[in-house]
Design a protein around this ligand. Sequence first.
Ligand code: ADP
Ligand code: ASP
Ligand code: MG
Length: 457
Amino acid sequence: MKVLKFGGTSVGTVESLRNVKSIVESCNERVIVVVSALGGFTDQLIATARKAEAGSEEYISDLQAMKQRHFNIIDELVEDCDKESVKDQISNLFESLSRTYKGVYLLEELSRRSLDKVVSFGERMSSCIISKIISGAMLFDSPRFIKTLRRFGKHVLDNDSTQKLIHAEFDNVDFKVAVVPGFIATDASGVFTNLGRGGSDYTAAILAAALDAQVLEIWTDVDGFMTADPRLIKEARVIDSLSFIEAMELCNFGAKVIYPPTIYPVFHKNIPIYIKNTFNPHAPGTCIKDNRSVPSQQVKVKGVSSVTDSCMITLKSASDLKRADFNTRVLNTMARNGVSVLLVSDTSSKNATSVAVTASEIEQALEALEKEFAGELETGELLPMDVQRNLATIAIVADNMRNDVMVPGKLRETLALGKLTVVGRSQGTPETSLAFVVPGSERVYALQLVHNVFFGS
Ligand code: ADP
Ligand code: ASP
Ligand code: MG
């Protein structure tokens, strides 16, 4: 059995949906097809919710246009005998969406819960239509079996319940093609939640791992995982193969082609991931599997990626700092509070240490550190924390970096020759990634320089 995931870029138009249909229908084995909302539709749902919250009646005409977009697809692609029933189902969903928007409009308030409900409509609608476009497909309702818990103010997967529910839903059901809405979930009380933006990839990985699929295929709009973001670096080229760890690192450092939590469940089960292009299905794509090269081999840098909106917090001691102990305490504090650390940086002062985090987690990070070091801040042992914003974290990724002195040297030289303003860099001996932080305004220049050096211009 295979799991195929088609993102918004693959399900946005009549033409792309024709490709999806042909790709799925040409599979010989059983398949689970995880789908996103129509391309750009989740953003549109959110933008319209904001208009309603602001008291604008434009949400009403937006709804009309959104409905028309779905109806056009039904008119073009659903067989005549199913058209009316699919239109009825989509109309019912639009009525429910309209009531939700009206509530937001009247209250002039868009709560987290309402927003979660609003965005759930994208995948509910697309999956309903796509299950009628692909012949013989059966629709499964992921909010029944993808469950989330709340941790540190975010929805995270409730793995235990989800595993049980997936088996209850799929075991002993005879299907050739199962269509499943990605991204959406519910909490223990049945309220709509989701797996985070880009989360359809994760839905697909959770299903692939739970049901022991042979392979997970992520179908998108590029020929594979590339050496850099092709929208920023025009020379970026497709990588034939990556290890799970390399892919995980590139994604954690911002490669948008896969949502970062996706890799872990399939890595754990050793299920390979293929990245394929819906618009060029015969291209080989990228294979991600457990193919870490043997440590003695020459290190080959696989790619470079970047996280915009990075911030750096510097903690400075008034006296000598036992850096190792101090860094461990900082990292533990971040982990306990659900903050992801992009890098811990050496600074020029031996009494200071810096950590880079994303802008979305900076307040949480500061609050946690202030609590943890309240005593030291009070006595003046630690100076008030310094925060730098609008930065970018850039990372090059390769397995077995530890065995190589050439790559770190080459990177250092590139940054120096390019006169980049490096405000932080990862410390210690790297295993799989080397990261550094520059002002956001230097991000693309830095990516281009590094890409030229490691992959040619
Ligand atoms: P989907 O709708 O299929 O989920 P996404 O927009 O989430 O698609 O991801 C695909 C996009 O990711 C590509 O169009 C590409 O612009 C971008 N991207 C960023 N970094 C990379 C990379 N290293 N390799 C390939 N694509 C990348
Ligand atoms: N539709 C959701 C989003 O736009 C989930 C996804 O596409 O993976 O974030
Ligand atoms: Mg995506």
